[in-house]
Design a binder for this molecule. Structure first.
Ligand SMILES: Cc1ncc(COP(=O)(O)O)c(C=O)c1O
Length: 348
């Protein structure tokens, strides 16, 4: 980063309204270490570097898990972090999945809260619609040459402000089905938030972007019969007053999706979590991709490029009414505009 840009950030002259989903340096990150079977106390540092042994297992054998969550500055000026404990639990599941030491839930939440507090000046103002993205990371650091798990781990949490996902208002985008790519195997690691799954998705995502789509729409890897995920987001469809989302052993259990299922029920929708055959797409009245980044990214259409079929959910390009309602409700809880009756937010 050039000196002037860095100086502007240091002077807190961030252009909140035009932030991208990028990395902007903040003041501190929080770390702790697993050695001799124990986790160390949390430490704060302003260093953005990690010193690693060249044979560390995270570099060679993919022993790496991460999380993504957000803190929001509310209408009342308070900072709210959304569902930290769910992310802590998911990181534990990822750790089990690739044989890494599990960080206690309490330590995870303390580290996240401390990282937000220490970087409070980077939590965007309420009016900007931006937020503070929180990135916890766990890596295996022992030197190993044979394929096996590390005995030492580093956990860290850094934060960076990110812009509102929808700059020109809540909008739909198109997705495409390309059967030549799989993100994860049915009994593989798709249910964990680990780097390898994302490396495996880069070519597919890039291909979809080149063709003008917002991302690829994955089908199950074994039979290519059922819906899995939309890029790095879960899928849901709406029909007959029902919120329907895939049940699959190869998708990430999205915390946003879990929350939307509860919200959907609270506004009188039925909720189904089950296998969704790809042809059922033709029957949905609305469809959306959901995740921390956008909450809901409503889907305009899904083009099945192998079969030359287009599943259209929005003829005028506008999001459906139920997508919009769910989106507004979840965001209202995150920004403290609506009472958090579910107890999802932690006020810092
Ligand atoms: C593959 C994948 N699926 C789904 C999601 C959505 O999960 P969450 O709602 O917890 O952000 C993500 C992360 O954002 C993801 O990377």
């Amino acid at each position: 980063m050039c000196f002037f840009k860095k100086y502007c950030y240091i002077m807190n002259e961030i252009d909140w309204a035009n932030l991208a989903f990028g990395y902007i340096p903040t003041d501190f990150n929080i770390r702790c270490y697993y050695r001799n079977g124990e986790w160390s106390e949390l430490e704060e540092t302003s260093s953005t570097e990690i010193t690693l042994h060249m044979a560390a297992t995270c570099l060679h054998y993919g022993q790496e898990a991460f999380e993504g969550l957000k803190a929001f500055r509310g209408k009342d000026g308070k900072i709210r972090i959304f569902r930290i404990e769910e992310n802590a639990k998911r990181m534990q599941a990822s750790s089990d999945g690739i044989m890494m030491a599990k960080l206690p839930i309490e330590k995870f939440t303390q580290a996240v809260i401390r990282a937000v507090k220490l970087n409070e000046r980077f939590v965007p103002p309420y009016e900007s619609g931006a937020s503070l993205y929180i990135r916890p990371l766990l890596i295996g650091t022992s030197a190993k040459v044979g394929v096996n798990a590390a005995t030492e781990y580093t956990f860290l949490v850094f934060v960076t402000p990110v812009g509102a996902y929808f700059k020109g208002g809540f909008q739909t985008t198109p997705f495409c089905i390309l059967r030549q790519y799989d993100r994860a195997a049915p009994l593989g690691t798709g249910i964990y938030k680990i780097g390898g799954n994302y490396a495996a998705s880069l070519n597919a995502g890039e291909h979809a972007h080149r063709l003008g789509y917002s991302n690829i729409f994955y089908l199950d890897a074994k039979e290519k019969k059922y819906i899995d995920e939309c890029g790095a987001a879960n899928f849901f469809g709406i029909k007959n007053n029902t919120y329907i989302t895939p049940k699959s052993t190869s998708i990430l259990p999205s915390i946003t999706n879990k929350s939307l299922m509860q919200l959907a029920e609270s506004i009188g929708l039925m909720v189904e979590q089950r296998q969704i055959p790809v042809e059922e797409l033709a029957t949905f009245e609305e469809a959306g991709a959901c995740g921390t980044a956008a909450v809901i990214s409503p889907i305009e259409r899904i083009d099945d490029l192998d079969k030359n079929i287009s599943y259209v959910f929005s003829k005028d390009g506008k999001p459906g009414k139920i997508c919009e309602k769910l989106y507004n409700k979840l965001r209202a809880i995150q920004y403290g505009e609506e009472e958090d009756v579910f107890g999802w937010t932690t006020i810092v």
